[in-house]
Design a protein around this ligand. Structure first.
Ligand code: G3H
Length: 253
């Protein structure tokens, strides 16, 4: 089955509303005629509304970088799924390694967030990946497998098929040290095998699995040429309009 690649920028904690508007104005027309790739920008909560407005009529979808799993409640500082769909947001990153490392996200909270996102028709981009010591100890496959199984617990096949997983080796994030395309493909194929074991071959062939970690316009083509890599989750290189456009052009080559 052929899967449409999804290229998602993750702006992390960068850009004011004025900067987001500037970005949207710069990329909107440039990418108007692109087809064969899904384009997403995952922005800070404070810029979602202006981005949604500034990108209206374009093919670029807006995503958030986190959600809370509750419908609503006394959770100071948190944002509920309904607040995102209210803005027209389509995607949400869940379980990014920075959230697991700095904000106590666990496999259990990741699963609750995936369930909450799906309940509200948000497309989760679920992040999995090993750190350097785990990689050196030969635990890469078992770490991504455990994270994948935990994230998908209680999710039905039909819903699992529609979500996106991002494999991001932690040692490759923002370091300039990217995984080789062949290595990334091997891990992603293992994640796909895990999905096949959890569900069936059909679900595994439909689910999209991205690579993330120091992806740039210059190397995105190598990743997308791999059979199991269905796109990229990009941090640093998604911030500048030229670079974002370069990533998309590199993905459709
Ligand atoms: O979510 C994106 C990743 O953390 C990758 O970040 P990076 O492209 O800056 O290495």
């Amino acid at each position: 089955m052929s899967r449409t690649p999804v290229i998602a920028g993750n702006w992390k904690m960068y850009k004011t509303t004025a900067e987001a508007r500037e970005f949207a104005a710069a990329v909107k027309n440039e990418l108007q005629n692109v087809s064969g790739v899904e384009m997403v920008v995952c922005a800070p909560f404070t810029t979602l509304s202006v981005l949604q407005e500034a990108l209206a009529g374009s093919k670029i979808a807006v995503g958030a970088q986190n959600i809370h799993f509750a419908e609503e409640g006394a959770y100071t500082g948190e944002v509920a799924p309904r607040m995102l769909t209210d803005l027209g947001v389509r995607y949400v990153i869940i379980g990014h390694s920075e959230r697991r490392a700095y904000f106590n996200e666990t496999n259990e909270t990741v699963n609750k967030k995936v369930q909450a996102a799906l309940k509200h028709d948000l497309v989760p981009i679920v992040c999995v990946g090993e750190d350097l010591s785990e990689r050196e100890a030969g635990q890469t496959f078992s770490i991504v497998e455990t994270q994948t199984r935990a994230a998908l617990a209680g999710i039905e096949a039909g819903q699992a098929a529609g979500l996106t997983i991002a494999y991001e080796p932690i040692w490759a994030i923002g370091t300039g040290k990217s995984s080789t395309a062949a290595d990334a493909n091997e891990v992603i194929a293992h994640i796909r095998k895990t999905v096949a074991e959890l569900y069936d071959g059909e679900t595994a062939s439909r689910i999209r699995i991205q690579y993330g970690g120091s992806v740039k316009p210059e190397n995105i083509g190598e990743y997308l040429a791999q059979p199991d890599i269905d796109g990229a989750l990009v941090g640093g290189a998604s911030l500048a309009p030229d670079s974002y456009v370069g990533l998309i052009r590199g993905a459709v080559k």
